[in-house]
Design a protein around this ligand. Sequence first.
Ligand SMILES: Cc1cc2nc3c(=O)[nH]c(=O)nc-3n(C[C@H](O)[C@H](O)[C@H](O)COP(=O)(O)OP(=O)(O)OC[C@H]3O[C@@H](n4cnc5c(N)ncnc54)[C@H](O)[C@@H]3O)c2cc1C
Length: 323
Amino acid sequence: MLLNLLEYHWAEHIDDALILLSRNDMKTVPLAGGTYLLAQKDDSIQAVVDLRDLELAYISEEARGICIGAMTTLQQMVDSPLLKNVASGLLSRAALASSFSRLVRNSATLGGTLGAGIASQADLLTALAVLDAEVVLRSGSQTQVNLSGGTFEHPGLALSGVTYKGKQERRVPYNSANGARRPNELILEVIIPRPAPSCAASFMRIGRTPTDVALLNVVALVEVANGLYQRVRLALGGVNMPPVRLLAVEQRLEGQAVVNPDELVHLIAPILQAGMAEFSPPSDFRASSGYRRISGLNLAFRALEEAITISRQRALASSRGDI
Ligand SMILES: Cc1cc2nc3c(=O)[nH]c(=O)nc-3n(C[C@H](O)[C@H](O)[C@H](O)COP(=O)(O)OP(=O)(O)OC[C@H]3O[C@@H](n4cnc5c(N)ncnc54)[C@H](O)[C@@H]3O)c2cc1C
């Protein structure tokens, strides 16, 4: 409950929202689906800017990649035919798993999930970590100055209260977006470079029940091309922890020649065992760090195996001209 809320703004243009968010005298925050924000006990928030009319709910494919607007709901991501066809439907599946309540998914948005960060407990965060996603951020500023009336030799007209408006936009890699985002910056959209058709992804999770938050989730994304593991991404995440990319595992697998399915275990297991040293998950009342590490190793193995197998089949099919 935001007990000190004084103002509610329903912005119709992005620029209006940016100006409101840039105010220094009134702590103003964006309001998306409200499923997280409105439950907060934050007495410092004095104003909210409702983003629902900013036309930021879209999923489209453009030259720069697959663009998902910040106000796209989790349910729209689940239902999107475009997302179902990208990287084994990874984003659709992760959006579904992020909240098993359809009621929540109908309100909760992509921007709100990124804004809430690990507090959202969303599996989507781990899925985005392997897709080389970028986040588009925009901020606005408004400055009032009094212009003086020139000099004695060159007299001019003195003007008071002249307003300068400015805005700034930047694209930051998703993996650094939360740390890099400034308080007055609005998340506009997420851009995902379209993965190659042979790219396959595997998404696995462990929860106390199938519909509970993930104690641990793993996403592997693999592209097999020209007989090599061309692109390998592996990330682990879960409730109460930010997603972690296992970069050492990715680097050791990338560029290696594809092996037969029965040799896969000999290739992946030692690399994973060494690479898991980078993974030190937190302990909490749900699961200990040790539990997460051990189950993380098993889950990561299975996810990598699945993604490699599917991508290999796709690469074979495409070389035969089947797809
Ligand atoms: C009972 C309940 C249980 C839930 N359980 C889960 C769960 O298990 N897993 C899960 O994923 N989600 C869960 N959620 C929903 C979760 O809160 C949403 O997934 C999501 O994190 C919030 O999205 P939202 O659009 O409602 O954002 P909001 O609540 O509107 O905003 C969240 C934060 O992001 C900021 N923000 C919003 N949009 C932007 C933007 N465009 N730019 C910059 N900042 C922005 C807001 O200022 C706020 O700080 C649950 C919600 C409820 C009510």
